[in-house]
Design a protein around this ligand. Structure first.
Ligand SMILES: [Zn+2]
Length: 289
């Protein structure tokens, strides 16, 4: 499958949903880098969705980066001839190709001209390739929506940090933190799994998976209750432009910050931007970014 998209596509949840419609497909994209503030483009969003879906770089996930430094913003169209030749070769070899385009097909500054995505869609259609087009979300809604990041608590500070741990979150973080009643058994299971990790990794995995499943159900129920009881705190959070949800858990995939970022807050209109990698965090605190 050939994925392409605009320079900005912050809706990772949507990219995951769209990619899930193509089970068993390999993914190829132009590897357009994320913007400086970390907001991913269509390529990056599909890349992350592909990795989450278990695609393997170089095997089932194929990145075809253009020379972004040399061509700057025009690299998208500049990379087209190379990708066009590759697609033509695939089609000739009898490979089934489909297109998935995220975002606007015209340029925002010149609506009469095709965007990079628009060019790619035109090209694919010329080849007779079926293309599924997912239009860009309403620009105003997108601009007003809370952008949700998550990160591990650490040395780095971000002006939009919100500590959502039960132990240190204080009154601001408490409405989004798990209660000790569900947290303690989860931490206890994690300790047992860690102790068994060397001698019985299979059993350790089972303990972690079962504890996580129970934790997810319990935490979702607590957040439903919190939403009813702390409406002001939720409203204030959703009214912000940006937030970095912080917790101490090492693995973001097994932490409540991911449930808030990926599932709960997007259901209330927020946009999931992703987990901040430690090394990139400093860049992201550039004033105005
Ligand atoms: Zn956590």
């Amino acid at each position: 499958m050939l994925g392409c998209g605009n320079r900005t596509w912050p809706d990772l949840a949507r990219a995951r949903q769209e990619l899930a419609l193509y089970p068993g497909f390999e993914l190829m994209h132009g590897a357009c880098p994320p913007r400086r503030d970390g907001t991913p483009g269509g390529d990056e969003a599909l890349d992350r969705a592909g990795l989450a879906a278990g695609l393997v770089v170089g095997k089932t996930l194929h990145r075809r980066p253009a020379d972004w430094k040399r061509h700057d913003k025009r690299a998208g169209s500049a990379s087209c001839p190379a990708m066009a030749a590759e697609i033509a070769a695939l089609l000739k070899a009898g490979v089934h190709v489909e297109g998935l385009a995220l975002g606007s097909l015209v340029r925002s500054d010149e609506p009469n001209r095709a965007s990079g995505t628009g060019h790619m869609v035109g090209l694919l259609r010329k080849f007779g390739v079926r293309v599924r087009w997912v239009p860009a979300p309403d620009a105003m809604a997108q601009a007003l929506a809370l952008r949700v990041y998550s990160a591990r608590c650490g040395q780095e500070r971000d002006p939009d940090d919100l500590d959502i741990t039960r132990a240190h979150g204080g009154p601001r973080g408490a409405p989004f933190a798990p209660s000790w009643m569900i947290l303690n058994p989860a931490l206890e299971a994690r300790r047992r799994a860690t102790a068994l990790r060397q001698s019985d990794p299979g059993q350790a995995d089972t303990i972690e998976q079962e504890a996580w499943a129970a934790y997810v159900a319990a935490f979702m129920a607590e957040m439903r209750q919190s939403y009813r009881e702390n409406r002001t705190a939720w409203r204030e959070l959703l009214a912000r432009g940006r937030v970095v949800l912080r917790c101490r858990c090492q693995d973001p995939a097994r932490c409540h910050r991911v449930l808030l970022r990926e599932r709960i807050l997007p259901a209330l209109g927020a946009v999931d931007i992703g987990e901040l990698p430690v090394a990139e965090r400093r860049q992201l605190t550039i004033p105005g970014a």
